[in-house]
Design a protein around this ligand. Structure first.
Ligand SMILES: C[S@@+](CC[C@H](N)C(=O)[O-])C[C@H]1O[C@@H](n2cnc3c(N)ncnc32)[C@H](O)[C@@H]1O
Length: 244
């Protein structure tokens, strides 16, 4: 069962009827695009990927993805990770962020990772394989937490991109809304939330919502994030006891 409640509610509150229509269209229309034969652009992507310094560095350092360097830059600047913390990593596969967080926490604390895709095990990382949009997956994640408050919620979730903004952006925003809801329920007061966002429809409203909930919100584009990617990261620090 797909969780639409949270998103419908916030869009309604903001009087964005069009947002609801776009969400409906995006989530209930399954877009099955046949795999194209390898195109010029995929050749370009492969060339770019293998000459990318972060890909080379990740390989040399035994990290599962170049994405780990984005997290390193985002989190180290504010020294957000401390031994003993409970960290939830949403959209964790192939595991670069979880792996890096585990290294930083040493052998204390918990790292709970979730992804719709399977992920080979990582020592010291508890992994839940499932779709975060589904109620029973959320319940399983909550059962894993067992009522333990979370210190840091990370979300690098991104839907499969079709290249059509009117489809992709509402899908991405839906995941972001669910992640915010999760942080609302499970982050301890004073805790931090880091989330990947795509600039476009709903972005400003989302950041405004973060500002109601957290003492400090900054938008960052780490050096390892590809320039042509519309992704940015919102780092929300200091979960308030009550919303503004
Ligand atoms: C950019 S990747 C994450 C990379 C990861 N941070 C790392 O360091 O390796 C985005 C992830 O979001 C996941 N994702 C997308 N939709 C999801 C959903 N509905 N539930 C759970 N994970 C999802 C994708 O499967 C993908 O692995």
């Amino acid at each position: 069962m797909v969780r639409l409640g949270a998103v419908k509610r916030t869009f309604r509150e903001r009087g964005e009827a069009q947002g609801i229509m776009r969400l409906r269209a995006a989530f209930f229309r399954r877009v099955h695009t046949p795999m194209p034969t390898r195109s010029k652009s995929s050749h370009r992507w492969l060339k770019e990927h293998f000459s990318d310094p972060y890909v080379k560095k990740a390989k040399a350092e035994g990290l599962r993805s170049r994405a780990a360097y984005k997290l390193e830059e985002l989190v180290e600047r504010d020294r957000l990770l401390k031994p003993g913390m409970v960290v939830v990593d949403l959209g964790a596969a192939p595991g670069g962020w979880s792996q890096w967080v585990r290294q930083e926490l040493g052998d204390r604390g918990r790292v709970i990772a979730l992804d719709i895709l399977a992920m080979p095990p990582l020592a010291g990382v508890e992994f839940l394989h499932g779709d975060f949009r589904e109620d029973d997956v959320l319940s399983q994640l909550e059962a894993m937490l067992g009522g333990q408050p979370v210190d840091l919620v990370l979300s690098d979730m991104a839907p499969n991109m079709s290249g059509v903004d009117s489809v992709d952006l509402p899908r991405a925003m839906y995941l972001s809304e669910l992640a915010m809801d999760f942080a609302d329920k499970h982050l301890r007061v004073g805790g931090n939330f880091l989330i990947k966002l795509f600039q476009g429809v709903g972005f400003d409203e989302y950041v405004k919502e973060l500002r109601r909930r957290y003492d400090k919100v900054v938008i960052r584009k780490p050096a390892a994030s590809r320039k042509r990617s519309p992704e940015v990261y919102a780092l929300a620090q200091g979960r308030r006891a009550a919303m503004k």
